[in-house]
Design a binder for this molecule. Structure first.
Ligand SMILES: NC(=O)c1ccc[n+]([C@@H]2O[C@H](COP(=O)([O-])OP(=O)(O)OC[C@H]3O[C@@H](n4cnc5c(N)ncnc54)[C@H](O)[C@@H]3O)[C@@H](O)[C@H]2O)c1
Length: 273
């Protein structure tokens, strides 16, 4: 029996890119990991390797392969996490969700104006992208709040990009989702504080980072070339840069940073060209 608080990180999009790097970094720092991801076939081998690595670091690991925007699956996932919490409490520990990271990459990369309707955005593509990449953040945080899983020291991060305020030809739908995501972060920050939860939420604006999600953007190669010229550090952002920032911002002393958009990009955003 011990009375130690038991920190868990809930990583939405844990199997790749920034979510994976952050899962590994937080596990090394002492958090148990609940990873939500959406993967098929070959990618599942990688997920098994990741889970084994996290467990080898001595952490409790719960990974669930599901659509993070599905209401029933979200409830079932939180039930599963709740069972882990109940087991920890029965053992005298005090589990809480220390970190939530919303790092889902799942959107339509099509322009608005096309001659062929199938080549452009439509209601389904627009709403699916908004739902996964922006609105799902609100529903996860609502459920965590209602279940009493957030507490003093809970730190929530939502991944945004420069695309929330800039245009790229194929990025219009995701761009609108990122703008909505940043707005959701502000609203949640105010409500979490007023409710006296002790939890904070911020958006992390990563620079251009070489991940599977970037490679799906039709303009990816051009974006990489521009970034290499423009980023004053002379390199792109890495998933590890983001993971390091989230570990630091989840540590003691960061509890008054709330509702902001924080760049993790080596100065890319402030460098015009
Ligand atoms: N790569 C960049 O240049 C860049 C820059 C700034 C912000 N971002 C943002 O960072 C976040 C993570 O991007 P990444 O580059 O690490 O992507 P990635 O493709 O490497 O990882 C995406 C993760 O999301 C999961 N996922 C996707 N759709 C899902 C769904 N419906 N339900 C559950 N899981 C789902 C995948 O399984 C995977 O674990 C995204 O929101 C992205 O827009 C990326």
């Amino acid at each position: 029996m011990s009375n130690a608080r038991e920190p868990w990180a809930l990583i939405l999009g844990a199997s790749s890119g920034m979510g994976e790097a952050t899962s590994r970094a937080l596990a090394a720092a002492g958090d148990n990991i609940c990873g939500i991801h959406l993967d098929f076939r070959a990618a599942l081998t990688h997920v098994e390797e990741l889970k084994a690595d996290l467990a080898a670091a001595g952490r409790d690991v719960l990974f669930i392969n599901m659509n993070a925007a599905d209401d029933e699956k979200r409830a079932a996932a939180l039930d599963q996490l709740g069972e882990r919490f109940a087991a920890a409490r029965a053992d005298g520990r005090e589990p809480f969700v220390h970190v939530v990271m919303h790092s889902l990459a799942f959107g339509s990369l099509v322009p608005f104006l096309t001659q062929e309707p199938k080549d452009g955005v439509d209601r389904k593509k627009m709403e699916m992208t908004q739902d996964v990449m922006a609105n799902s953040l609100v529903y996860w945080v609502q459920d965590l709040y209602r279940r009493g899983m957030l507490g003093q020291g809970s730190r929530i991060f939502a991944m945004t990009s420069e695309g929330s305020t800039r245009v790229v030809p194929s990025y219009g739908v995701v761009s609108s989702a990122k703008a909505a995501l940043e707005s959701h972060v502000r609203q949640l920050a105010m409500e979490l504080a007023r409710a006296g939860t002790g939890a904070t939420i911020n958006a992390i604006r990563a620079g251009v980072t070489d991940t599977p999600a970037l490679r799906k953007i039709p303009e990816a190669q051009q974006m990489i070339e521009i970034t290499m010229r423009r980023n004053p550090t002379g390199r792109m952002t890495t998933p590890q840069d983001v993971a390091n920032a989230i570990v630091a911002l989840s540590g003691p002393g960061a509890g008054f940073i709330n509702g902001d958009v924080i760049s993790v990009d080596g100065g890319e955003f402030i460098t015009g060209s």
